[in-house]
Ligand binder design. Structure first.
Ligand code: PEP
Ligand code: MG
Length: 949
């Protein structure tokens, strides 16, 4: 990943000329192990092809495709030359950023840098910077751009007075992610400023996350402080982000054009006046970028030069991106797009020059902007082989899927498949399309009302939010504009919904991404109404939900009172949606195959979430047997619940600890109340995710302290931050990796960011006092990773003594299990993460849509690794836990017992059941069973063996 950090910077360098500067850079890259000797030739060759001068005293020397193989690791090194180096063409460089990258990772760096390049006199500041920290600040500290787009404009709002309008402004800013919920109150205290022409200005810097400006106009004429109130600007102010906008606004007012704002009938018209967007009637063309390494500095420079040859304005944006169009004449703006091969560029030009400029720019991009380009594959070449003909499962048949959440459920199938809905792009007339859309929205509104009435309170709230979204004037306003241009109601509606959803996703915030899912949800409902596509009505009685895949946001909407069970076509037991289903206690079978989606709605289904089976329209006697078994299980669970606080002892008196897995610091009392004897896995990344920014030591300490307080002396096993792979942190952008599960994740990532790791360990040790704290590191695969992490704990321990501390690792990479004898000499304990251990052992992505069904932790290959780990640990007197999902699999408990695992850590709601399963077992029988399981040749064979047991 290309990120900037102080360690990469060497200050106060001197070089007589460019050649010497390149040699210094190459030496540094070689010395730091990023590239092999010989990379200098690549840097020189690259400069010979064209200068890497970027602007503002910065150059970015990098190699050529021929020297890419000399790159060992992606990275950058920065040399500051306070006296300057002549870079040719009259340019002087004060900062050279040497890049070692095999592919186009440096585009991300360029995107970062271009924020700084917009600064006026950066070159001088770079020259004068006296420390690496100061220099880094200059590069990274560019102000955030002001958010101002269609969703921040609310026109003709039914507001009764100034306060109501201000409140609406705060809401728009909050929805756009610019401010926290307290901003509305803060704004009420701010002093309003009259701008003239009935326009007012309100601003505050408090509760602001990102600078943004909202503009609102009232439906009926209002007055405020004895002056007209025609429109209100609400600014969430942060730094100087709004200055340019304010200047433009002053010009508009001085020229007496204020009415163009408050009489505007569309948000686009407002944005045009304020200069945020390109006028809608400017001609545009689209072209796919074919350059292998995207729009990097060299081709971007060619494009900017070419555009400068035309007298008028030409802008470019990425199709389907929420980013506004930027000037093609600005190299830094072009780089800020971060355009990659295969992405579509939309070029937009002022009408006076469009006919001349657009074809020239289009042809130049198609020809590669000075680079050789390979044509992109045509869409039809990428078409898949014809799909195998699928048939709906026959009545009486049984489907085998993956056991994802235990329990037996029966009910009519309710198949939810998103089918493509075709719709016309052009409409009859704006008036007719408007009426159709209004009617569809009204119908969906009452449909949602029905859902609110029928659902449990928490789920009903989701539908209330959907109703609010439907009524959002920002959406309808944009739609209106498109209708006026002749689009059909469906096309206009879907385009606006999709753009708004993408905008939310682009903010890389988990909550806002969920809002994108909500937007798409209402989008589809309205589209279905418009096109007369009937979704299957939700059955009145509890039903079995059948879907391709249940995403976490779908699960959040499930009402356990109405959904008796879940069957999915895709997915595996450790996919995060399966984990959530388990937490909700809804029996589930996943990965049952695509044929389930062809079932008729209402087909009676019987699913066994423990065995992973789905019976289609089963005979009456089978149904009866299963329901009797369900009732028996219910009774077993009741007994298990009654004994949940008793220890888990096998019939022959062997004790196993049963702990809980958690992801938040609240509600520990409830976890203990469910019988947990401690916490076996605190997934701290979930705590980090609950904060809008990296929590500092004090914040973390408070979180960990809350858990330890709640545990009242019971042990706490904490896993240090495990991000990367499928677990992104919104505020810690990680470069896209081709293979994220095999990339920089878990301890690999935190060791690269020792400050983050040190802060976390410091907070943990401080929170511990004399309570039992166990710290473990995720994804350890090498001895030196463990030693580096352990050394940090030891160092901090001298500073913050802790009475009862153990330090261990998660065993979730096969190499750790294979190295267990060596590791066991040094660790205090192992905790086996069977979710990842299974995916890495079987080389099956745990979230893979079709393969993850085979990622079964009872595979003998995985069991053998568990066995090796336990034996190695016990030989050194160390303990072993299992904290992956396998620990809660009722079939697996006996095997894990037989392998002599000391602790099982499961979701809190499974604790009582797992304890009961331990009590039913007998250690000597379980040992024999485990030995037999280790000899099997497949997971199915192991499960068949356990079925007989
Ligand atoms: C595991 O991999 O088994 C584990 C417990 O960690 P996670 O599921 O959080 O990756
Ligand atoms: Mg894991």
């Amino acid at each position: 990943m290309l990120e900037l950090a102080v360690e990469q910077i060497a200050m106060g360098q001197r070089a007589a000329d460019k050649g010497e500067a390149l040699a210094l850079l190459a030496d540094r890259l070689v010395a730091d192990g990023l590239v092999a000797e010989g990379y200098l030739a690549g840097l020189q060759a690259r400069e010979a092809q064209g200068s890497t001068f970027l602007g503002q005293g910065i150059a970015i020397p990098h190699g050529t495709p021929q020297t890419r193989d000399l790159v060992f690791a992606t990275g950058v090194r920065l040399l500051q030359f306070p006296e300057g180096v002549d870079w040719g063409d009259g340019q002087t460089v004060y900062l050279a950023i040497g890049i070692a990258a095999r592919s186009d990772e440096h585009l991300r760096l360029l995107q970062l840098l271009t924020r700084a390049l917009g600064e006026t006199d950066l070159a001088e500041a770079l020259r004068r910077a006296s420390s690496a920290e100061a220099l880094l600040k200059l590069l990274q500290g560019a102000p955030q751009a002001l958010a101002l787009d269609a969703q921040l404009v609310g026109l003709n709002l039914a507001a009764e007075d100034f306060d109501e309008l201000a409140w609406r402004g705060a809401r728009l800013l909050q929805r756009a992610g610019c401010v926290d919920s307290g901003f509305a109150a803060v704004l009420q205290q701010a002093e309003p400023l009259p701008l003239g022409e009935g326009l007012w200005w309100l601003h505050s810097e408090r509760q602001v996350r990102q600078p943004g400006l909202a503009f609102l106009t009232p439906q009926q004429p209002l007055r405020y402080r004895e002056q007209p109130l025609n429109g209100l600007f609400c600014l969430a102010s942060l730094g100087a982000a709004h200055e340019a906008l304010l200047e433009r606004l002053c010009e508009v007012l001085i020229e007496g054009r204020g009415q163009m704002l408050y009489q505007a009938t569309s948000s686009r018209a407002v944005l045009e006046v304020l200069g945020g967007e390109v006028p809608a009637d400017w001609p545009s063309v689209r072209v796919v970028l074919a350059n292998a390494h995207g729009l990097h500095a060299r081709p971007a420079k060619v494009l900017a030069q070419l555009a400068k040859g035309f007298a008028g304005e030409v802008r470019v944006r990425l199709q389907d991106s929420p980013q506004p169009a930027v000037s093609v004449k600005s190299l830094s703006k072009l780089l800020s797009l971060g355009a990659r091969r295969g992405q579509v560029l939309e070029l937009i030009a002022e009408p006076e020059i469009a006919a001349e400029a657009l074809p020239v720019l289009l042809a130049a991009i198609e020809q590669g902007l000075g680079e050789e380009v390979e044509p992109l594959p045509q869409a039809h070449q990428a078409q898949a082989l014809p799909a195998e003909a699928l048939r709906a499962p026959l009545p009486g048949s049984t489907l085998q899927g993956v056991a994802a959440a235990p329990g037996i459920a029966s009910g009519p199938a309710h198949v939810c498949v998103e089918r493509e809905i075709d719709y016309p792009l052009r409409g009859a007339s704006p008036a007719q399309e408007r009426a159709r859309l209004r009617q569809a929205i009204d119908q969906v509104h009452s449909e949602l009302h029905g859902l609110v009435q029928r659902s449990a309170a928490a789920i009903g709230e989701i539908f209330v939010t959907h109703q609010e979204m439907l009524a959002d004037p920002a959406l309808t306003d944009e739609v209106e504009l498109r209708l006026a241009q002749g689009e059909s109601a469906a096309a206009a509606w879907m385009a606006v919904i999709e753009a708004a959803a993408r905008q939310q996703e682009a903010l890389h915030d988990a909550l806002l991404a969920e809002r994108a899912a909500d937007l798409r949800d209402i989008g589809r409902r309205v589209l279905a109404q418009l096109c007369g596509v009937q979704g299957a009505a939700e059955p009145e009685q509890p039903y079995v939900l059948v879907m391709a895949e249940v995403g976490p946001s779908d699960v959040a909407r499930l009402d356990p009172a109405r959904v008796a069970g879940i069957v999915t076509a895709q997915g595996g037991a450790t996919a995060h949606s399966a984990i959530v289903a388990r937490a909700l206690g809804i029996p589930a079978v996943v990965g049952a195959g695509a044929a389930v989606l062809l079932l008729d709605n209402g087909t009676p289904l019987l699913l066994d979430g423990q065995r992973g089976r789905v019976a289609v329209d089963p005979p009456a006697d089978e149904l009866q047997r299963a329901l009797a078994e369900r009732d028996a299980r219910e009774r077993r669970l009741q007994i298990a619940w009654a004994n949940r606080h008793e220890p888990a002892l096998t019939r022959d008196g062997h004790a196993v600890e049963v702990f809980a897995n958690i992801g938040e610091s609240n509600g520990i009392d409830k976890v203990v109340e469910q019988g947990a004897e401690g916490i076996g896995l605190l997934r701290t990344e979930l705590i980090f995710m609950a904060h809008p920014q990296l929590p500092d030591v004090a914040t973390q300490e408070a979180e960990y302290r809350r858990v330890l307080d709640g545990l009242g002396g019971r042990p706490l096993v904490v896993r240090t931050l495990d991000v990367g792979g499928d677990k992104p942190l919104p505020y810690w952008p990680i470069a896209v990796e081709e293979n994220p599960f095999l990339g920089v994740r878990g301890v690999r990532l935190t060791l690269q960011r020792p400050q983050v790791m040190e802060d976390q360990l410091r907070a943990l040790l401080r929170a511990a006092d004399d309570r039992p704290l166990r710290i473990m590191f995720p994804m350890v695969g090498q001895m030196q990773e463990w030693r580096a992490a352990k050394a940090m704990v030891e160092r901090l321990r001298e500073e913050i003594p802790v009475a009862d501390l153990q330090v261990g690792i998660m065993v979730e990479v096969p190499s750790a299990a294979l190295l267990a004898p060596q590791l066991a000499r040094e660790v205090d304990f192992f905790s086996i993460g069977t979710n990842d251990l299974t995916q890495y052992t079987l080389a099956i992505d745990r979230g893979h849509p079709s393969l993850s069904a085979q990622a079964d932790g009872l595979h003998p290959a995985v069991l053998n690794l568990i066995d090796m780990t336990v034996r190695a640990a016990h030989a050194q007197g160390k303990w072993v836990g299992v904290c992956g999902e396998l620990a809660a699999d009722p079939q697996a408990v006996a095997v894990l017992l037989g392998l002599e695992v000391d602790e099982l850590s499961v979701a809190a709601r499974s604790v009582a059941e797992v304890k009961a399963l331990v009590r039913q077992a007998d250690l000597s029988t379980a040992r024999a069973l485990a030995r037999e399981a280790l000899q099997q040749d497949s997971a199915e064979a192991v499960r068949a063996l356990l079925e007989r047991y």
